[in-house]
Design a protein around this ligand. Structure first.
Ligand SMILES: NC(=O)c1ccc[n+]([C@@H]2O[C@H](COP(=O)([O-])OP(=O)(O)OC[C@H]3O[C@@H](n4cnc5c(N)ncnc54)[C@H](O)[C@@H]3O)[C@@H](O)[C@H]2O)c1
Length: 418
């Protein structure tokens, strides 16, 4: 395939995108500290890195840090609705290979992923495992050149673990999602805040007093539930894991099945990583005007196809909200076509949260680049030293110091001899 330098909506949008990137950059002190080292050491000199992450301003800062550290970078999206065309234009104008257009259909979305991979990367950075999916199917021939990959999200790590279990994983991967400085902050507080920012901005409705149903009480779900409660909502949690269900009860939430919750909820947020969490029978039970959205990685949690099948008509009620009128006269409102709401109908996580996540990504990519021998094929945890470093830099930027173990304390906690 003859690959152009970029394939984006409109290069003239670059100045708007650059403004967004500069704002994010000035609020990402941890990534800036890592970037400084990458520049000094030219860590990625001679290496190619392909990145498939939501193309918006924070991701742009990660991609620039890799490029400034010496890498040739090709960037594409990981969700057709989260691409911001002005940010893509700003990066393309700087000379980066950028392949993505907001609203790409399935065919163009895959074509853009392939374009980003076609330049033969040494390192791949994935968010949800779409590069991995291609590298284990249509683009297997590129695997021998790959030193390793990094995976940003729970669903992507899950997919890679399945490949590993089946003995099919083709290259080493670092599960950046599982680092403490990732999921404890990004999944919980990042998703918690940005999901509500997106729902409130998209609907312009009040949250206080509403009944919010959160499906999934994992790292993301507990953030979404926490912030809903803080905004004054009554929160119902649905789960499949009995322990998580007990945790939700102890946090003060009501726990029940989706069948029981469907007639009660005003706003539904799925964030499970599973499929068919809300399906046809649930829509039929919902109140008139119920709002459904999804914050899980793929758009299969709210089964919008089934909603379309049972709807007698549909129309756009407000930007990014489609109302589906049912036989019973009720209208069910779906935000952003059931794609992850905080990115498809918002700017994604707050900047400071992605500062931590992308500082982990940049360091994990450096870890792969610095391996003398190629890593063995496996799904690796992010090395603890990388995780701790992010927290240490963050504390330093806030001029906060914490206690250190004395020698005696260290002996006490590390031995049987009290
Ligand atoms: N929107 C975002 O910005 C964002 C950020 C990070 C992760 N994610 C994605 O969100 C999803 C959840 O991530 P996580 O880190 O919270 O995962 P997690 O594994 O910590 O939590 C998922 C929870 O959902 C529960 N669950 C699974 N199937 C269910 C079902 N059918 N009904 C009810 N509950 C069910 C599981 O028991 C688990 O407790 C993943 O797809 C992840 O990739 C989104």
């Amino acid at each position: 395939m003859d690959i152009p330098n970029y394939d984006i909506k409109d290069i003239a949008l670059a100045p708007y995108g650059m403004e967004k990137i500069e704002w994010a950059y000035r609020n990402m002190p941890v990534l800036r500290a890592i970037e400084k080292e990458l520049i000094e050491q030219q860590t990625f000199k001679g290496l190619k890195i392909a990145v498939s992450v939501h193309v918006e301003a924070k991701t742009a800062c990660l991609a620039r840090a890799l490029a400034r550290g010496g890498a040739e970078v090709a960037l594409t999206g990981c969700n057709p609705l989260s691409t911001q065309d002005d940010v893509a234009a700003a990066l393309a104008k700087e000379g980066m290979h950028v392949y993505t257009v907001h609203g790409d259909d399935e065919e163009n979305y895959i074509r853009h992923l392939k374009m980003a991979l076609s330049f033969g990367p040494d390192i791949v950075i994935d968010d949800g495992g779409d590069f991995a999916m291609l590298l284990h199917s249509d683009m297997k021939h590129l695997v021998p050149g790959i030193k390793g990959g990094c995976e940003e999200t729970t669903t992507g790590v899950h997919r890679l673990e399945i490949l590993k279990k089946q003995g099919q994983l083709a290259y080493p991967v670092i599960a950046v999602n599982d680092a403490r400085c990732k999921h404890l902050f990004d999944n919980r507080f990042g998703t918690g805040q940005s999901v509500w920012t997106a729902i409130m901005a998209t609907t312009n409705l009040v949250v206080a007093g509403k009944t919010v149903v959160v499906a999934g009480f994992g790292m993301c779900g507990r953030g979404v539930a926490l912030r809903a409660k803080g905004l004054g909502a009554k929160v119902i949690v649905t789960e499949i894991d009995p322990v998580k269900a007990c945790e939700a009860i102890m946090e003060g939430y009501s726990v029940m099945t989706m069948d029981e919750a469907a007639p009660l909820g005003d706003v539904f947020v799925t964030v499970t990583g599973c499929k068919d969490v809300i399906v046809g029978r649930h829509f039929n039970l919902m109140k008139d005007g119920a709002i459904c959205c999804n914050a899980g990685h793929f758009d299969c949690e709210v089964n919008v196809a089934q909603l379309k099948d049972i709807a007698v008509s549909s129309s756009e009620l407000r930007h990014n909200i489609i109302g589906y009128k049912l036989n019973n006269g009720n209208t069910i409102c779906v935000i952003a076509e059931g794609r992850l709401v905080n990115l498809a109908s918002g700017d994604g996580h707050p900047v400071e949260i992605m500062d931590m996540s992308f500082a982990l990504q940049a360091q994990s990519a450096r870890y792969i680049a610095e391996q003398k021998e190629k890593l063995g094929i496996d799904v690796y945890q992010t090395p603890e030293v990388i995780d701790n470093r992010v927290a240490e830099i963050l504390l330093a930027t806030k001029e906060i110091t914490i206690d250190k173990l004395t020698e005696e304390q260290y002996r006490y906690v590390n031995s049987w001899d009290f």
